[in-house]
Ligand binder design. Structure first.
Ligand SMILES: [Zn+2]
Length: 288
């Protein structure tokens, strides 16, 4: 028979194991209460990226195999963000084993981080500058069969996340690539958190958000939500040229509610110390 302590432990293991899907109630107001390694770790994310891009010592490209699209998509309000999934066959992700990384990573989900005002919102900052939105393309090492088993392996190369920073479009035009997602939010379909994904029978292609030319900053870090596992290789794109958003796009994202019924006005984690980590710079060339 389960003792109540053991039961709690089992629940914690189950709920703590999935980034940006977690069922743990955590808020952004008091991040010092986040569990475990979130507050004790030394390789946490996000960080301020304060490096000189002219020191780029490596070259990368977006492979022609890269694809983040589908004829339909699945979407969910996790209570902390909006998460999107696509069919595996049509969404190979950004790391097919060449270009950005020689390790093959499988695409799992895209989700978003924003702020209460468009002056901030991105998790990573570049030389102290915030963007209005940060899109995360989460991938797991294809040696594993899922994001969960990649994390459970404990390996440092379990996860790769591409972070795309988006600024406000001066012409206030909504973002075309994001519009199938934003229109779901504007229709009020995802107001309350749900454990289940809703299928939307509309095509979605998120690759246009990814800059074709950019510096890409790469470093070893963590998930930016509890349990903050230090198993993530980050690829943060310096260029915001491909991703411009409008205030109405941001308003739609901020309209989702958490499990307490409060609006998620902000969901970006505070900056973490770089400590002794090194950030490398890739110079990205277009190949798609
Ligand atoms: Zn994220």
């Amino acid at each position: 028979m389960f003792s109540s302590k053991l039961y709690i432990l089992v629940v914690l293991i189950v709920t703590f194991s999935s980034p940006c899907y977690s069922q743990i109630d955590f808020g952004y107001d008091d991040q010092s209460t986040w569990p475990g390694i979130c507050t004790t770790g030394h390789a946490q994310s996000p960080v301020d990226i304060d490096v000189n891009p002219s020191k780029a010592n490596k070259h990368g490209f977006i492979s022609s195999e890269s694809s983040i699209k589908g004829d339909s998509f699945k979407i969910r309000n996790t209570g902390e963000s909006v998460t999107v999934r696509l069919l595996e066959e049509t969404a190979t992700g950004l790391f097919p084993g060449e270009g950005l990384s020689s390790t093959k990573f499988c695409f799992d989900n895209a989700h978003f981080h924003w702020g209460s005002s468009s002056k901030n919102g991105s998790e990573h900052t570049i030389r102290g500058r915030s963007s209005a939105l940060e899109v995360h393309f989460v991938h797991y090492n294809c040696e594993f069969d899922s994001l969960k088993s990649a994390l459970d392996s404990g390996r440092q190369d379990a996860i790769a996340v591409a972070g795309i920073l988006c600024d406000i479009n001066p012409s206030s035009k909504p973002n075309k690539a994001l519009s199938p997602i934003i229109s779901q939010l504007q229709a009020g379909q995802l107001k309350t958190p749900s454990g289940d994904f809703t299928t939307v029978d509309k095509p979605l292609d998120l690759l246009p958000l990814v800059p074709k030319r950019s510096f890409v900053y790469t470093y070893q870090g963590s998930l930016t939500t509890p349990t903050c596992n230090e198993q993530v290789t980050w690829f943060v794109f310096s260029s915001t040229k491909s991703c411009k958003v409008s205030e109405s796009d941001l308003k739609a994202l901020r309209s989702i509610k958490n499990s307490k019924g409060h609006q998620v006005r902000t969901n970006h984690r505070d900056l973490q110390s770089l400590n002794d980590r090194e950030i490398q710079t890739l110079k990205l060339h277009s190949q798609y």
